[in-house]
Ligand binder design. Structure first.
Ligand code: NAD
Length: 428
């Protein structure tokens, strides 16, 4: 959404075409999987706090549900586009497939900037979104969840509206709910932790001790913060973090050579993961340009902000020391930048594998909600570790066996599973 010169849906389609060629998929399968199976575009009229009505644009895209109900987040973002939602829905299909959970792929969004909306207006938007799609989502159809700038509170408002309309309790209809209101323990940590579980396995494979490594991270939201937390627990050191500055409408990188202090940064970040520049400066952080996170002399890069962040325009700025890129965000690397990265023989943990921890835990939440029986946090996190490690190993083994890059191997495995499900159902 931040970089308008790349269309994420075109990126997603190019990635799919590459996998389809490798798998030699037949034309009908390509036609089915290259575009979403269903799309909903709608207007959401809201009464604003000043009494005036305002109309917002909302979307829900279901890319594929051959392996189970569609699953995917809902974003609030001023630059949201239908093509971003389509790309994210497609990536969700591959993500649930590579993690081998019985769900499909979907995504939704509302074009809005929650920075400029009161709590009341945000609640109205959540309820309005559900009123437009309640017939097309649900525990056995399509299960929404939070994403960029949406929170457990937003999910609870959505669930409440859904249950009110349906006249029954259906907690498995939405995940990412607050703990105690149908949410799963461990969900908040799951995506960031999952990124680091796959990173831990990659380091093991490359014979690198985590404590000997340093990292630089783009973004300081949910994914980034918990990735940093677990990476530090493994002994790694993060020296640079970037975030978006709402006032300046620009991003900055915050650097401390001796290692950033996670709690300190959390204490000076707003709820949207924006780090306060002045306070950071007072705490001794160097304030650098938005791209500086990419230029750091580190072993590991973790893009964990938005799509299209490592592009042909900035990939050459990447430091020669970088050995691993763990993609926390969805679609952070454009295909042209990916070529440069592959030529440099950097080990890439592709987004839909690395950040599959979120949807894996969402699946756990759905299972727990449907059963109305909830597991303790250790139980959730250990199941997450088992699932993520298994997903990593299956992709890595396949990559080695067929001499493929990790992204290609992950694509081939996941597209093949979905194609097979479509075929088995007689759809193609
Ligand atoms: P978030 O809204 O909590 O945080 C986003 C962070 O990115 C914020 O710190 C923001 O300041 C920063 N940011 C935004 N634009 C930036 C820019 N141009 N440069 C630098 N920083 C910028 O979002 P999140 O939930 O952490 O999600 C981050 C990414 O991970 C997204 O691509 C999302 O789709 C993906 N993802 C999230 C989850 C999840 O469970 N939250 C799961 C899978 C994938």
């Amino acid at each position: 959404m931040q970089n308008n010169s790349y269309n994420p849906f075109e990126t997603a389609q190019k990635q799919f075409d590459r996998a389809a060629d490798m798998l030699d998929l037949k034309q009908a399968t390509r036609d089915l999987l290259r575009t979403p199976i269903r799309e909903f575009h709608f207007s959401i009229p809201i009464r604003m706090d000043d009494g005036l009505m305002k109309v917002f644009r909302g979307y829900r895209v279901q890319h594929n549900d051959a392996r189970g109900p569609a699953k995917g987040g809902i974003r609030f973002h001023p630059q949201e586009t239908i093509d971003t939602v389509r790309a994210l829905a497609m990536w969700m299909t591959w993500k649930t497939s590579v993690a081998d959970i019985p769900l499909g792929g979907g995504k939704g969004g509302i074009i809005c900037d929650p920075h400029n909306l009161s709590q009341n207006e945000q609640e109205n938007l959540c309820r309005g979104w559900i009123r437009q799609v309640y017939k097309n989502v649900g525990p056995n159809i399509d299960v929404p969840a939070p994403d960029v700038m949406t929170s457990p509170q937003h999910m609870l408002w959505m669930l409440d509206e859904f249950e009110t309309i349906r006249g029954e309790k259906l907690p498995g209809a939405i995940t990412g709910k607050p703990v105690g209101m149908g949410g799963s323990l461990g969900r908040t940590e799951a995506t960031g932790y999952g990124v680091i579980i796959t990173l831990r396995e990659a380091l093991k494979e490359l014979n690198i001790t985590p404590a000997d490594t340093t990292a630089s991270v783009q973004g300081f939201g949910n994914v980034s913060q918990y990735a940093i937390e677990l990476y530090e627990q493994l002994g790694g050191k993060v020296i640079c973090v970037s975030s978006w500055d709402q006032d300046d409408q620009a991003s900055y990188s915050f650097k401390k050579k001796e290692g950033v202090n996670l709690d300190e940064l959390r204490s000076i970040a707003n709820p949207f993961g924006g780090i306060d520049k002045q306070k950071a400066m007072d705490l001794g952080y160097e304030i650098l340009s938005g791209d500086a996170w990419l230029e750091q002399e580190v072993d590991i890069l973790i893009p964990a902000a938005l799509e299209n962040q490592i592009t042909a325009n900035n990939v050459e700025k990447m430091n020669k020391r970088v050995k691993i890129i763990a993609e926390g965000a969805n679609g952070p690397t454009t295909p042209d930048a990916d070529k440069v990265i592959n030529n440099r023989d950097i080990f890439v943990l592709p987004d839909f594998l690395a950040n599959a921890g979120g949807v894996t835990c969402s699946y756990f939440e759905q299972v727990q909600s449907n059963m109305n029986y909830f597991w303790d946090k250790e139980d959730v996190l250990s199941r997450l570790d088992t699932k993520m490690t298994a997903a990593f190993i299956s992709v890595s083994d396949f990559a080695k066996l067929h001499k493929l890059k990790m992204r290609d191997a992950a694509y081939v495995i996941s597209v093949n599973r979905v194609a097979q499900a479509c075929e088995d159902r007689g759809w193609v």
